[in-house]
Design a protein around this ligand. Structure first.
Ligand SMILES: [Zn+2]
Length: 403
């Protein structure tokens, strides 16, 4: 007996078959598909192009009380490049392969990151429309470009538009990942980029002499200090149960020396030397105080300091149950008997841009039993998890929009 393919899965596969791989995503093909989906479901749609060639598709389901704060569902449309020779399935064929126990695997770049989530939103909205019940709040879905290359021309610009302001967003459901095992994750915060460059200038001279006050003499205590903090943080990270280490990694500030520059030739003491560290500051630390401590370190050693992204602020949604959206979110998960861990995202998502507008944002993807293959080879999801996820979102979106 062959099991017929659910319509929702066919539509998901069509979305996956659009090659939106960086650096040349087929954004307009994607827009056409999404606008068509919106029409079919009965959602309004609007294309917002903050940067030419980088369209964002905004869909809307009008609520019965459109003056209330709205719900935003966020998704990005681009996907990361593939090493095609490492794939056993063509990355944009979206092959549907039977697993032997009645389930199917859907293989494609973007199957996990994150066209699955976008497709589950759409299918949930389709279900909600089919129920014929009007939700209280407006619900928007934003399909944004360029998240995989930092979101500068995507969500970062979108949150600055009048369209975004007019949406009056009260809560953003944002990107997360399916998870192996039976416990979901809720991403409530992210680490903050504090990449920094220290530069020291000093006396120069012939390499055969004991020159004093050199650039490297000023820089070495800085390097040692940073490497000491790194060792302390790594010890904290290593003390976490290995099974939870990756999930918990966002709670520790990571430090890596990534660039060391100076020197012209072996027999000349360099007049200038610089060192760069990639630092991701945990939301458990105060970012302003952390940056100040690095500035103090530079000054006390006679070095200059330059932050790569000085404007980036801490990205954290307080899990404050007196906020009606936060409370509705967790009540919905509890009522659906979903187990979850609240996690600091080890990487970055577009949620950080939404949070800069004071909007609470939580990342949640209901897929379980999913091996982590975002950005990996042979990325796939189980069809059964996709179908279950649609039901979870169908309930969650109604609970959020009616709270
Ligand atoms: Zn993603």
């Amino acid at each position: 007996m062959t099991i017929p393919e659910p319509r929702s899965v066919s539509r998901f596969r069509q979305f996956l078959q659009i090659n939106t791989m960086q650096p040349n995503p087929e954004y307009y093909k994607c827009v056409k598909f999404l606008v068509n989906q919106a029409k079919e479901i009965g959602l309004e749609s609007n294309i917002i192009e903050c940067v030419e060639g980088k369209p964002l598709v905004l869909m809307k389901l009008e609520g019965s009380d459109p003056k209330e704060q709205s719900i935003l569902l966020s998704c990005h449309t681009d996907v990361v490049p593939v090493f095609e020779d490492k794939w056993t399935h063509s990355p944009f064929a979206a092959d549907r392969v039977e697993t032997g126990n009645g389930d199917f695997k859907i293989f494609a770049r973007g199957a996990q990151d994150m066209k699955n989530q976008g497709s589950m939103y759409l299918e949930a909205m389709r279900n909600i429309k089919a129920l014929g019940k009007k939700l209280k709040r407006n619900v928007f879905i934003a399909f944004a470009p360029d998240e995989e290359i930092g979101g500068t021309d995507g969500a970062a610009k979108f949150v600055e538009t009048c369209e975004f302001a007019e949406m009056n967003v009260g809560f953003d459901l944002d990107e997360s990942a399916g998870i192996p095992g039976d416990t979901s994750i809720v991403l409530y915060a992210e680490r903050t980029n504090a990449q920094v460059k220290f530069t020291a200038n000093g006396n120069t001279g012939h390499g055969s002499q004991f020159i004093e006050g050199t650039a490297i003499e000023k820089l070495l205590p800085i390097i040692n200090h940073m490497m000491n903090i790194r060792a302390q943080n790594k010890a904290k990270y290593d003390s976490v149960d290995p099974a939870m280490r990756l999930l918990k990694s966002g709670e520790t500030t990571s430090i890596n020396l990534t660039e060391l520059n100076g020197g012209k030739q072996p027999n000349v003491v360099p007049a200038s030397y610089s060192v760069t560290f990639d630092i991701r500051v945990s939301p458990n630390e105060n970012i302003a105080e952390f940056r100040q401590s690095l500035a103090d370190l530079a000054h006390s050693n006679g070095a200059e300091i330059e932050f790569h992204r000085p404007g980036e602020s801490s990205s954290l949604t307080k899990l404050d149950l007196s906020n009606p959206f936060i409370s509705a979110f967790f009540q919905s998960l509890d009522s659906q008997q979903i187990k979850y861990n609240n996690i600091v995202c080890p990487a970055n998502t577009d949620a950080r841009y939404v949070r800069t507008k004071g909007v609470p944002a939580l990342g949640f993807n209901p897929m379980l039993n999913t091996p982590p293959l975002a950005h990996g080879h042979d990325e796939f999801v189980f069809e059964s998890e996709f179908l279950k996820g649609i039901d979870v979102y169908t309930t969650l979106i109604q609970d959020l929009a009616n709270c």
